[in-house]
Design a protein around this ligand. Structure first.
Ligand SMILES: NC(=O)C1=CN([C@@H]2O[C@H](COP(=O)(O)OP(=O)(O)OC[C@H]3O[C@@H](n4cnc5c(N)ncnc54)[C@H](O)[C@@H]3O)[C@@H](O)[C@H]2O)[C@@H](O)CC1
Ligand SMILES: Nc1ncnc2c1ncn2[C@@H]1O[C@H](COP(=O)(O)OP(=O)(O)O)[C@@H](O)[C@H]1O
Ligand SMILES: [K+]
Length: 461
């Protein structure tokens, strides 16, 4: 996993003090890293349009123009004149070299967006919106310097943002690049070296970006084993029974040794899935909430009261009953609407989904602070998993998962790993990665996947 930072100004300052590097040197390294990436990947192309704002993001762009002008036909566009001393100095340097500064935007093979970086602190004005709209309309390779202009430092997009194919971000990964709202704009994210190794530039962080290598699949490493070695998951199937059945099929394919569904109705299940009406004696995990519909509150309370590891989803986020159990180490997997209900029930705040999506990290952090034992998995384009003020982001998901039943598959996967004795946080992380990485492997197209296809892909991981 890689560290995420809410802000990097303090890391830049630390570089000046600890490593005796100046702003000028850091900027030279920032621009050199971009120049190197562009030269290594696009030397076969000819023209580059670099669009610069008045701050240091713009200064990075002016520096880049100087570094690339011998290799490419560089068109430097200044959306506004430099305001900081370092950007004035960078402009003086390119003027001394006689570089052309163009006074209108025109298409180029590559566009580099250096309008605004981490300093964006107010809504874009009409001129900036027009520039970004024009750039977005060009059929070019689009590279954002540090962060696509229009995304603010908490990852919100108020009006519009530059639609990057690649974001070259300076020094370290910023949390703002990983909100759901930013996902359509950031493209591939690359970290530029600022002249000090990344591990020296970075400090401690309690936020992490998950990588594929963080997924721990439930491989069997014992030879002398039997079905009981790998746990017994109980899935509570409610009146909307499809949800529990989808979860059960996913869970069985993800390694639980035994699986029983608990249901009042007689279900037509595959023969390897057992059905019972009470919790199994050797049950090692419970998955509940998916498609629960109408239920007997006392029965559910009794189940919630057991010490068996649990994953809770869906309908239970609308019942205040859940608040009685938030001091336990259980996994909760709400989607945004369910999380809003949960936040209200546990008296943290009364907000709508738009407010939540605008501030996903903030509300996850508030919830985790109040309930440090809970493993919270907030679904979305980028999944956030949090426990005890540590937070992990999974960005591997895609709209291929935007289908009824995808979340039920995830509940089954988490239940399966809990049954196999994974710690709740590890179960949530590995199951979420398996869910999203398997969805990426579905190769037909990005709209037709159904839950059973996803389960097939998970079984092939
Ligand atoms: N400080 C350092 O050591 C380094 C800084 N670097 C670059 O510096 C950037 C940050 O530079 P700045 O702090 O100068 O900020 P920006 O370059 O992001 O620019 C913000 C400037 O525009 C103004 N502004 C903000 N929102 C606006 C809006 N909506 N409309 C019009 N004007 C607006 C601000 O008042 C500020 O002057 C980073 O993103 C990165 O690209 C890199 O060169 C690496 C080293
Ligand atoms: N655009 C998307 N990008 C990434 N993941 C997505 C996207 N849309 C949905 N998902 C994932 O699909 C799942 C949907 O779950 P949920 O909303 O509970 O659906 P259901 O209850 O029908 O199963 C979640 O894991 C969510 O993160
Ligand atoms: K930018």
């Amino acid at each position: 996993m890689q560290k995420l930072f809410d802000e990097v100004n303090s890391l830049d300052k630390r570089c000046y003090e600890k490593f005796f590097l100046s702003e000028d040197l850091l900027m030279e390294h920032a621009a050199s890293s971009m120049a190197l990436y562009i030269s290594e990947n696009y030397l076969h192309l000819n023209s580059i349009l670099i669009v610069c704002g008045s701050g240091n993001n713009g200064a990075d762009g002016i520096t880049l123009a100087r570094l690339l002008h011998t290799k490419f036909n560089v068109k430097l566009f200044l959306a506004s004149s430099p305001k900081s001393p370092i950007s004035e100095l960078q402009l003086k340097r390119v003027e001394a070299l006689g570089l052309e500064i163009v006074d209108a935007l025109s298409p180029a093979d590559i566009i580099v967006d250096c309008l605004f970086g981490t300093g964006l602190n107010k809504p874009l004005n009409e001129d900036s919106i027009n520039i970004i709209n024009t750039l977005n309309s060009y059929d070019s390779i689009k590279i954002a310097c540090d962060i696509p202009s229009g995304i603010n430092n908490i990852g919100q997009v108020e009006s519009i943002a530059f639609e990057a194919d690649i974001t070259i971000t300076m020094g370290a990964l910023k949390t703002s690049l990983f909100t759901d709202l930013a996902k359509d704009y950031v493209g591939e994210i690359i970290v530029a070296n600022l002249g000090v190794q990344r591990n020296l530039y970075e400090v401690e962080s309690n936020k992490y970006l998950l990588e594929a290598s963080d997924m721990k699949l439930p491989f069997r490493n014992k030879k002398n084993a039997h079905k009981g070695t790998y746990g017994h998951l109980n899935v509570i199937v409610g009146s909307k029974r499809g949800a529990g059945i989808i979860a059960s099929k996913a869970a069985f394919g993800f390694g639980t040794g035994l699986l029983s569904v608990i249901s009042k109705e007689d279900l037509d299940l595959p023969y390897h899935i057992m059905q019972t009406d009470t919790i199994s004696e050797n049950c090692t995990a419970i998955a509940m909430g998916m498609g629960l519909g109408k239920y007997d509150k006392e029965e559910i309370r009794k189940l919630l009261n057991t010490d068996i590891p649990k994953i809770i989803d869906a309908d239970l986020f609308y019942d205040e009953l859940i608040c009685e159990f938030l001091d336990k180490e259980i996994v909760l997997t709400p989607h945004p609407k369910e999380f809003c209900s949960l936040l209200k029930l546990c008296k943290i705040t009364d907000i709508d989904v738009i407010e939540l999506q605008n501030n996903r990290f903030k509300y996850v952090e508030e919830f985790s602070k109040k309930y440090p034992k809970i493993v919270l998995l907030l679904k979305g384009a980028n999944v956030i998993i949090s426990q005890n003020e540590k937070l992990y982001v999974n960005t591997f998901g895609s709209a291929v998962l935007s289908k009824g039943g995808s979340g039920d598959v995830l509940s089954g996967l988490i239940g399966s790993l809990l049954a196999q004795k994974y710690k709740p946080l590890d179960a949530a992380i590995s199951a979420s990665l398996a869910h999203t990485l398997a969805a990426r492997k579905y190769s037909k197209n990005n709209y037709s996947m159904i839950p059973s296809d996803l389960v097939e892909e998970i079984r092939r991981l």
